[in-house]
Design a protein around this ligand. Structure first.
Ligand code: AMP
Length: 556
């Protein structure tokens, strides 16, 4: 097994090559080829910063050489935790260039998540923003390095000026990203069938898992999605969601736009006012949002007078889009809607330009690839008759064959013949479009963020006031779902704010903290003795229907 991923069986790999899906392309070459063809055009925009393809490619080549000088080498895992800034793109392509592997982390991740990523990936380096939105990432990184000797370097975008940082810099541990810069020299090209980078799983287990994406498979995903959207050099993509989301990075997103010679505009915030101004100024042609944001944009568009006429397409995915919101996209924003269902693990389904309006409004579209295989199965694992709702299983040319270093989980998450059990409940319409009806995995989708119930429960259980805990989704008109916690107390019931504070102190990312709390004397059990989450989810829905959720302004 190559370090990094479980390979596809040979016959399927041969087939994907023969079909032209895998073309032996590596992701560094995707940018290099685009730069050769579109040198003077604008590749990246962030605020007032603009980089042409030539400038971007030069920065990538110099940063790649700089990383090598700093001891980062092919095969090293490097945790990359940056906001939507050009350096995110530069660092990732530089690492692709030398065959090192970015591990995508969310900027909202804190000590718990980063420690886990470091342990599972045995990362050699960690790239951070310095201080971002009041959080000192440098302190976290230095603390981590003190306990994880495999972490040899911390690269920081804006070096802070506290004494610990100065000491770490003097010791060669902390390096300013600006100093990762050297004269480029010829390098062996990474093998296209190797892992290019790792995405994070939405997480059904207590700890997130790493999804290896190969050069070949991701090059295919970005090529096929860019082709589907007919992207070209005149397209301008606004990256609103975090760039490290698969949706933003490669559906076709940042990578697909760059491979097409278009322009990527990096947004600092998803707020409608700022994004609308950027759309008008940069003549943005397409963007991608989760339903929560789409809903907020629709509301803002009622009174915001920005010129959105350049916007041709809005992709919406990551969580369920209600038809009544879908119906308002074109009339209010004046652009086409594309529904996208996808997962960092691979499979993407999308509605097409040529689909009837009803399909675009009510389904999540058809698979991206003719070689995406889909099965809908019942609880016994057998295929269900056409049109029935069951668990969605899939395999294909860009869907993983196994999580990184997770053999036990892989044994459950895949069938023996390599189908990935998505945990989503779906049905197929007679014309082959997928409709997502729910999920059986224990995950809450809060806005676009995925929260593993098991992970939050494990943290809640460490609180002295908590005897038992169950975390379930609570319906929310804006976020779709919020994180609800049922707690059996040991004595005096804890307050929601105390639990949030405890999880914050634990270093668990804030978006995973419970938004809603119910104190109970016991948790209901199923006939098999497991906590009955269905009953709790229904109970939470009933209780919150009587006491509706506050607006998103109150639930950051
Ligand atoms: P992630 O890997 O973080 O992108 O999360 C993937 C999961 O998000 C899927 O397995 C679904 O549960 C959910 N998801 C993504 N897109 C949609 C959609 N359009 N409708 C409903 N759920 C979605």
């Amino acid at each position: 097994m190559p370090d990094g991923h479980t390979p596809w069986p040979q016959d399927r790999a041969r087939h994907y090559r023969a079909q032209g899906h895998w073309q032996g392309e590596n992701l560094a070459d995707v940018l290099r080829t685009a730069a050769a063809a579109h040198g003077p055009r604008t590749a990246l925009v962030h605020g007032k910063r603009r980089l042409t393809y030539t400038a971007l490619q030069r920065r990538v080549a110099r940063t790649a050489a700089g990383f090598l000088d700093q001891g980062v080498t092919a095969g090293d895992r490097v945790i990359v935790q940056l906001p939507n800034v050009p350096e995110f793109v530069i660092v990732c392509f530089a690492l692709f260039r030398i065959g090192a592997r970015p591990v995508f982390s969310l900027v909202s991740h804190r000590a718990t998540e980063i420690r886990h990523l470091c342990e599972i990936s045995r990362a050699a380096a960690y790239v951070i923003p310095g201080t971002h939105q009041g959080f000192d990432h440098t302190r976290l990184a230095l603390d981590l390095a003190a306990h994880h000797p495999c972490l040899r370097k911390v690269f920081v975008l804006d070096p802070p000026d506290h004494p610990d940082a100065a000491d770490a810099a003097a010791a060669g541990l902390l390096v300013a990203l600006d100093d990762v810069d050297a004269q480029p020299h010829p390098l062996p090209a990474p093998d296209p069938s190797d892992t290019a980078f790792y995405l994070l799983s939405g997480g059904t287990t207590a700890l997130p898992k790493l999804i290896p994406r190969t050069h070949d498979d991701y090059a295919y995903q970005t090529r096929a999605t860019a082709d589907l959207l007919h992207l070209g050099p005149h397209d301008v993509y606004l990256a609103v969601l975090p760039a490290e989301f698969n949706f933003t990075w490669g559906c076709p997103g940042v990578v697909g736009t760059l491979r097409s010679g278009g322009t990527v505009v990096l947004a600092d915030t998803p707020l409608a006012d700022e994004c609308f101004e950027t759309i008008e100024r940069e003549r943005v042609t397409f963007t991608s949002l989760v339903p929560t944001l789409a809903q907020l944009w629709l509301e803002a568009a009622e009174w915001n007078t920005a010129d959105l006429s350049s916007l041709g397409l809005l992709q919406i995915g990551g969580a369920r889009l209600h038809t009544h919101i879908a119906e308002r996209i074109t009339p209010v924003l004046g652009c086409r809607l594309q529904q996208v269902f996808g997962m960092a693990e691979g499979l993407l389904t999308l509605t097409r330009d040529t689909d009837p309006e009803h399909t675009v409004l009510t389904t999540q579209g058809r698979p991206l690839s003719p070689d995406d295989e889909i099965r809908i199965t019942g609880p016994d694992g057998h295929d269900l008759p056409p049109g029935a709702t069951g668990e969605l299983l899939t395999r294909g040319p860009y869907t993983l064959q196994g999580y990184y270093r997770a053999p036990e989980h892989n044994a459950r998450a895949f069938t023996p013949d390599g189908f990935y059990r998505t945990g989503d409940l779906a049905r197929l319409t007679p014309d082959g479009a997928l409709v997502i009806e729910g999920r059986i995995k224990d995950v809450i989708i809060r806005g676009g963020d995925k929260v593993s119930a098991g992970e939050v429960e494990a943290h809640l259980l460490t609180h002295p006031a908590v005897a038992a805990a169950a975390v379930v989704p609570v319906p929310d008109p804006y976020l779709g779902e919020r994180v609800g916690a049922y707690i059996v107390p040991t004595g005096t019931p804890p307050a929601l704010r105390d639990l949030k504070q405890a999880l914050h102190t634990d270093g668990l990312a804030d978006f995973k903290h419970p938004d809603w709390l119910a104190i109970v004397t016991e948790l209901p059990l199923t006939g098999l003795g497991k906590v009955d989450k269905k009953a709790l989810t229904a109970d939470a829905a009933a209780r919150t229907a009587a006491d509706p959720a506050p607006s998103p302004k109150d639930t950051p």
